[in-house]
Design a protein around this ligand. Structure first.
Ligand code: GN1
Ligand code: MG
Length: 388
């Protein structure tokens, strides 16, 4: 990069930042020179960095720089249009009041000069979003209070967006969470895989085969009109929820790439399968994975406390199946990626996706053995909500 430009955007205290990242960050409309850039989070799809500005500067002090994975998101322009549309929806006077307290949304920082929402350079697509200050995230829920907050976060998000017409959101990831589509992809990949079919892989194949008939459950409910499309988050796993660092209250749901039309059950299932696994989805002790019913109670109670105003009977009826389906589906997606040679989810070691699949399948089994309890729990919470 050109030296004079670097001098312009580096503060005197920061000399060790990757010059390429610095140049990229400097292409956006930043209110002050960059102080530092460091890797952020553990996403499986995009690459993410935190960009810090000097403490005394006006406006946001930190930002989130991301290189979008364009193999997963072939239309970044539409992804950014959805995020902007969501921002406009929440900017309507009084719209955020439904959150009943601090609630924030990452905002798009445009490219300097052009005002474009992302930067295309050398075949790569970059974007900059505001970082939500005084917040923290967790990979696993530690107790009932946090479980309640996780559920409230998703319930708040759904109540804030449920009146955004789906026709105003683009479908940025066709087939996302349509489980029969993932099953068809699995069959195609299995026919031509060159990955060894070890006993663990054979176990996964048998596990999938045993559950094929269950996989269309949500799509069939949609086709028959029992469930309908609404705006969704698409990826509300527990570490995409931000908590206020002082109060511990949930204050944001980040990672908005998959905001698009879908079934709210995809979100409910994904939030619960990630939140009620105390060992987390990256554990290598997959045999010990359990679905924790107490955490499930907290998350669902928190969710329903915010969502009951727009939940219909059929919505409640499909919650237990959604929890089972989304953990099964993620296991199927991880396992298919293992067979395909790890082309979708970022991996850090051989058989990483196989291990992740085993975790999700073990979680699915644990959900299956507790389906009766989960059903009774949903019933009880539904009755409580309608009595309140
Ligand atoms: C991916 O990139 P990340 O970690 O936010 C994936 C989700 C999975 C998740 C599992 C677009 O999300 O669907 O649930 O990994 N996102 C996409 O950790 O496929
Ligand atoms: Mg994501």
């Amino acid at each position: 990069m050109d030296e004079s430009r670097a001098a312009l955007i580096l503060t005197p205290t920061q000399k060790s930042v990757d010059p390429e990242l610095l140049e990229i960050a400097g292409s956006f409309a930043l209110p002050a020179p960059v102080r530092s850039i460091a890797p952020l989070g553990s996403g499986n799809v995009n690459d993410t960095w935190r960009v810090d500005l000097p403490p005394a500067s006006e406006g946001p002090q930190a930002l989130v720089l991301q290189r979008l994975n364009t193999r997963v998101f072939p239309r970044p322009d539409l992804v950014m249009a959805n995020i902007r549309r969501l921002g406009e929806h929440l900017d309507r006077p009084g719209a955020l009041a439904a959150a009943g307290g601090r609630w924030e949304l990452p905002r798009v920082v445009p490219v300097r000069g052009s005002g474009a929402p992302c930067l295309e350079q050398g075949g790569q697509v970059w974007r900059l979003l505001t970082f939500i200050a005084r917040s923290r995230s967790v990979d696993t829920i530690t107790g009932h209070r946090q479980a309640l907050q996780v559920g409230r976060a998703l319930g708040t998000f759904h109540s804030l967006i449920h009146d955004l017409p789906t026709a105003e959101l683009a479908d940025t990831l066709e087939g996302f969470h349509v489980t029969p589509g993932y099953l068809a992809a699995f069959e195609r990949v299995l026919r031509r895989t060159e990955v060894p079919l070890t006993p663990q892989a054979q176990h996964c194949i048998a596990f999938i085969r045993d559950r094929e008939a269950f996989m269309p459950v949500l799509e069939e409910a949609q086709r028959s009109g029992r469930l309908r499309q609404r705006p969704i988050h698409g990826d509300p796993k527990v570490n995409n929820i931000l908590f206020d660092s002082d109060s511990g209250d949930a204050i944001a749901l980040v990672d908005l790439d998959t905001v698009k039309p879908g079934l709210i059950h995809y979100d409910i299932g994904d939030c619960l399968r990630s939140g009620c696994n105390r060992l987390g989805e990256e554990t290598d002790d997959w045999r010990s994975v359990r679905f924790d019913l107490e955490l499930c109670e907290g998350v669902l109670e928190g969710y329903i406390s915010r969502a009951h105003r727009f939940l219909e009977d059929a919505d409640y009826d499909h919650i237990p199946d959604a929890i089972r389906l989304l953990s099964l589906e993620l296991g199927l997606r991880f396992f298919t990626d293992h067979l395909a040679g790890d082309v979708y989810f970022r991996t850090s070691r051989p058989r990483h996706n196989l291990q992740r699949a085993l975790v999700q399948f073990r979680l699915t089994e644990s959900i299956e053995t507790q389906q009766g309890e989960i059903r009774s729990l949903v019933e009880r919470l539904r009755r409580q909500a309608s009595a309140a």
